[in-house]
Design a protein around this ligand. Structure first.
Ligand code: PEP
Ligand code: MG
Length: 363
């Protein structure tokens, strides 16, 4: 396990004394969570649960969950995934020992989960006990031209609430277990991805709260948790006052927000952004440093509108920008509570947050 030591650790200690912004990490594996802690992360700001589903022991059940014909079929697949998800979260809560953990509901580009070969198609058909043709048909129905603008984020939870229900249940059951093993209160923060409207958040929020009530009833435990949302679409930033009525926290997803504000695919930007920087059209790659004039304005507006509705709304950022010093400075200037970045960037973010606070003091 890498540790910060010697003069570097001392410097970090100084940085921690002056910074206002909290620093969390984006982590979903136990290894990343441990690394995040050893680098000084003060919580997990983004646990991308879709990453947990690519595991060789799970992908078949995930495919069944997506390709099943009906709710009963999906529920059968979800029953296989529930104990695995519960174990995932128990481990994360135990490693984080009472520090905040934000778990985001499934946000896959669906196509990555669909079977890609004949053998994979055959395997799902066999496991579901249906004809290969049925799986092929369903696979075709789900094919999308633009998956990143398609059936992902909360749209999955709205179409298939039982998936969100399974994940919420896994989180709550894990919270009850981890509270016992760690002796710490576990307050999960459940985050809904790709929200554009309050109505979406209300639907998914109701599923989450119902799962909480069921787990409380079954275990006799009293759960404390928060429901919040990603703000990663321009519409969500503009509607932040309404969305904040139903959210206890916002986390700005500046990867998608940059993609949707510029109308530039985050996966394909490399083909021309270099030329744009060279010609001075954009100062720096907006996927690296927050574009203060556009994306940044939406973040600022979202923060202001959200806090106008709910003054104690917790605000963070969990896009790649959370570990970029210039972006961290911007986040400090608009009053966010924390940045969340890859574990390796946590020390950089701690330093950048301190530099931002010092600059703020001088100004
Ligand atoms: C984002 O969009 O900024 C984000 C953090 O979510 P993801 O990168 O998983 O889409
Ligand atoms: Mg996103």
């Amino acid at each position: 396990q890498p540790e910060l030591s010697g003069e570097f650790a001392t410097l970090m200690g100084w940085a921690d004394k002056v910074r206002r912004l909290k620093v969390r990490a984006n982590a979903e594996t136990p290894a990343d969570a441990r690394m995040a802690r050893s680098f000084g992360a003060e919580g997990i700001g983004l646990c991308r649960t879709e990453h947990m589903f690519f595991d060789a022991g799970r992908i078949l059940a995930v495919r069944e969950m997506i390709l099943a014909d009906d709710e009963a079929g999906r529920r059968a697949a979800l029953a296989k995934l529930l104990p695995m998800q519960r174990d995932d979260f128990v481990e994360l809560f135990e490693i984080m020992k009472g520090l905040p953990v934000t778990i985001r509901l499934l946000d896959p580009p669906l196509h990555e989960f669909l079977p890609h070969t004949e053998a994979e198609t055959l395997e799902v058909a066999k496991s579901l006990g249906v004809d290969v043709e049925r799986i092929e048909r369903r696979n075709k129905e789900l094919h999308e031209m633009n998956p990143m603008l398609g059936f992902r984020g909360c749209r999955i939870a709205i179409a298939f609430p039982e998936i969100a229900e399974m994940q919420a249940r896994a989180i709550f059951e894990a919270a009850v277990i981890a509270a016992k093993t760690t002796g710490e209160t576990v307050v999960p923060e459940i985050m809904v991805p790709l929200i554009a409207t309050k109505a979406e958040l209300d639907i998914v929020g109701a599923v989450i709260r119902k799962a909480a009530a069921a787990v409380e009833e079954e275990t006799g435990a009293k759960l404390t948790f928060q429901v919040g949302t990603m703000i990663e679409l321009p519409r969500a930033a503009l509607q932040a006052d309404k969305i904040a009525e139903s959210a206890e926290f916002f986390s700005f997803g500046t990867n998608d927000l940059t993609q949707t504000t510029f109308g530039v695919s985050r996966d394909d930007a490399g083909t021309f952004l270099g030329t744009y920087v060279q010609k001075g059209i954009v100062e720096t790659d907006p996927f690296v440093s927050i574009d203060v004039d556009g994306v940044g304005q939406l973040v600022k507006l979202g923060a202001e509108r959200g806090r106008a509705t709910r003054p104690n709304l917790k605000l963070g950022i969990c896009g790649e920008h959370g570990g970029d010093p210039a972006s961290v400075k911007f986040c400090d200037s608009i009053g966010l509570d924390y940045v969340s970045c890859s574990p390796f960037r946590v020390p950089i973010a701690r330093l950048a947050a301190a530099q931002a606070a010092l600059a703020h003091r001088k100004a």
